[in-house]
Ligand binder design. Structure first.
Ligand SMILES: [Cu+2]
Length: 118
């Protein structure tokens, strides 16, 4: 019985650590893909997650880490799809950094790197 109890405890711990990972999501589609080379910057960054999230932040930087101003307003509601207007971008490489809060309160982060070839 001791073995069974240990086994159950192990299974319980394993479930607790594994299940929340499934609740997390990331960008599943976007008009600017990570690592993409695009001729002209789109007027907005349109992106969707696999589940409802609270979009907490979106920052745009040049490759050197110079911030580029983006008209981002934190949405009040959770959602899956977002559209953030982008400024006119000169040719160069940029990094979009997003932060989101999952339904379980965990913070998720990601980056989308792209190059405007001009
Ligand atoms: Cu979580």
């Amino acid at each position: 019985m001791k073995f069974l109890r240990n086994l159950m405890a192990t299974v319980a711990v394993f479930s607790v650590t594994v299940v929340p990972a499934f609740a997390h999501t990331s960008i599943v589609s976007s008009n600017i893909e990570d690592g993409s080379q695009i001729e002209t910057a789109p007027a907005s960054f349109d992106f969707s997650f696999g589940a409802d999230i609270g979009l907490a932040g979106l920052d745009l930087e040049t490759l050197d880490g110079e911030p580029v101003k983006v008209a981002f307003e934190r949405p009040r509601e959770m959602g899956k799809s977002f559209s953030v207007p982008l400024p006119m971008l000169e040719p160069g490489t940029y990094v979009l950094k997003w932060r989101a809060v999952a339904k379980d309160g965990h913070v998720m982060k990601g980056e989308v790197d792209f190059t405007i070839t001009g």
